[in-house]
Ligand binder design. Structure first.
Ligand code: ZN
Length: 219
């Protein structure tokens, strides 16, 4: 893979940051893209910008307006409660943004095709996660196939964290020597720079560091 180029979906969080550095180790040329999709906290985009700068990779923030008109997620609408179950599907938390990774990967595919890049990296895990269906391996595999068919172009979607627990993701960052950079990542659904400790994202982050026996550099 060393002689190939790749696009990394960088949200500014711990997982996508770890995936970015994994990509840097495994591909020759990396670009990162982030999405301004109307999320309630823009702090994560600032984090993504900073991390891309430190990683010395080209970074693009793509603005998409679709979700702003739909507003059915607590990550898009400040009036909705992030702690509650989704009112339309009780299996999911209210933070679920339906179709988010579908849209992100479609745009990444379009960008990849335009730049003649054949690899996309996304830092999803189906082990310690919020249950979002678009973070699962079966979705990624099916969507990779859809992109290849829809673009008539061979694209591979890499998911280096898919089978990793939060603990293993922390240990991978440590192994790659980028643990300290986790202090620039953003996790909290409440928009707090220092993890609030009560939202689902902060709980998962805390669990990973605790199980790895490592202090979160953000704290
Ligand atoms: Zn939080």
């Amino acid at each position: 893979m060393k002689n190939k180029s790749a696009i990394v979906l960088l949200s500014g969080g711990q997982d996508s940051t770890t995936a970015l550095f994994w990509a840097k180790k495994n591909f020759q040329k990396i670009e990162a893209i982030s999405f301004d999709y109307g999320q309630r906290h823009k702090i994560e985009l600032k984090a993504a910008k900073k991390i891309a700068k430190i990683a010395k990779v080209k970074h693009k923030i793509i603005r998409i307006k679709e979700f702003e008109q739909i507003k059915n997620s607590a990550l898009l609408d400040k009036k909705l409660d992030i702690k509650k179950k989704h009112k339309l599907d009780r299996k999911l938390p209210f933070t679920f943004v339906p179709g988010r990774n579908i849209l992100f990967l479609a745009i990444a595919g379009s960008y990849a095709w335009t730049k003649r890049i054949k690899n996309i990296i996304i830092g999803v895990s189906e082990v310690d996660y919020s249950g979002y269906p678009d973070c699962r391996k079966n979705f990624i595999n099916a969507f990779e196939k859809s992109l290849c068919l829809g673009l008539d172009y061979k694209i591979k979607i890499h998911t280096p964290l898919i089978n990793k627990t939060k603990k293993q993701i922390v240990l991978l960052a440590k192994k790659m020597g980028v643990l300290n950079l986790m202090k620039y990542t953003h996790t909290c659904y409440n928009g707090n720079k220092i993890p609030c400790g009560v939202c689902q994202a902060c709980k998962l982050r805390a669990k990973g560091f605790k199980n790895a026996g490592i202090a979160d550099p953000l704290k």
